[in-house]
Write a protein that binds this ligand. Structure first.
Ligand code: ZN
Length: 319
């Protein structure tokens, strides 16, 4: 039998990442199209279907080659029906994504939350290294989270399981979060949170810092300065690592994971970040939980979502 492919799709607010992946999780081809946000995102599914057809043609293949589609959407999803409860960035509310995808592509489809498929991708081919119990946290503009228990995505009662970014880190007087609460981990450990903390510290302390010379400050600037032993930047990142270690320990105490995978732009700080977070994690985790868990940096980068999506489709529709 000729080798079959699955399609992985990772839908974001600005781009849609897509890939053909074989059943061993190897990328055959990957590409991106722009997310068309016009008219409440009603063209997105058609764009995806057209793009798949076009790529198949380029490869001299037909739909026969494809097992199905696995797709991640930026919002809570009902994993059984493939209904996207809400994707604020796209203007979707109770959007029947799985059904529409199947109609437009004539392929079977499975849909999940984007952070969940990234976690699955890391489990299958990335830093999770096959671990069946895994927490994945993505430190980007926000903080995303995905939890896998016994090899299955944990979705919860209404698709909101694994929201590590909204664990409360500062119970009183914390900064406002996009979710409507205050003091969430996201307000501290996201790229946005790191910049906010650095600006606060620059405004309230006299400590000399290389950051004072910069016109605009990015999270990368803060992390780079800390690596160079800039005292003020170090204070900021230690606060970030402390809260990350604490929140991950609390989540891990409920889940007893083998691996905790840290991804997203902030994770480019690398093993140094993993080591510092591990120190705080060990302080706050239940001893048996701390013993079994290792904190590692994600290895798939932007490909985690499409590879995780492909895995879902392979599991659901592969023979
Ligand atoms: Zn929040």
């Amino acid at each position: 039998m000729a080798e079959k492919w699955v399609v992985g799709v990772d839908l974001g607010g600005t781009t849609i990442k897509m890939a053909f992946v074989n059943v061993y999780g190897e990328l055959i081809d990957k590409w991106e199209i722009v997310t068309n946000l016009e008219d409440q995102g009603k063209y997105i599914v058609t764009d995806i279907a057209k793009s798949i057809d076009q790529k198949l043609q380029e490869h001299g293949q037909t739909k026969e080659k494809l097992i199905g589609i696995g797709m991640g959407a930026p919002g809570p999803v009902d994993g059984d029906t493939g209904l996207v409860y809400e994707a604020v960035n796209l203007g979707w509310k109770n959007y029947p994504l799985k059904n529409l995808l199947e109609v437009e592509t004539s392929l079977p489809a499975v849909v999940d939350n984007d952070a969940n498929i990234a976690a699955i991708g890391e489990m299958w081919k990335g830093a999770g290294n096959g671990a069946k119990n895994l927490i994945c946290v993505t430190l980007g503009t926000g903080v995303g989270g995905g939890v896998i228990a016994n090899g299955q995505i944990v979705r919860g009662a209404n698709g909101a399981a694994g929201e590590i970014g909204h664990i409360t880190s500062v119970p009183e007087g914390g900064a406002p979060c996009n979710c409507g609460k205050t003091g969430c981990l996201e307000t501290i450990a996201s790229a946005t949170g790191i910049v906010r903390l650095a600006k606060e510290k620059l405004a309230t302390s006299e400590t000399d810092s290389s950051l004072r010379k910069l016109e605009t400050i990015t999270a990368k600037d803060v992390l780079d300065a800390a690596k160079e032993n800039d005292r003020l930047a170090l204070e900021v990142v230690e606060e970030v690592f402390f809260h990350l270690g604490l929140a991950l320990a609390n989540a891990a105490n409920a889940l007893n994971p083998e691996k905790i995978v840290i991804g997203g732009g902030v994770s480019k700080a690398g093993n140094w970040l993993a080591e510092r977070v591990t120190e705080y994690f060990k302080r706050f985790a239940f001893p048996r939980v701390a013993e079994s868990a290792s904190i590692v940096i994600a290895t798939l980068g932007n490909d985690a979502g499409v590879i995780g999506g492909a895995w879902l489709a392979k599991q659901a529709f592969g023979e």
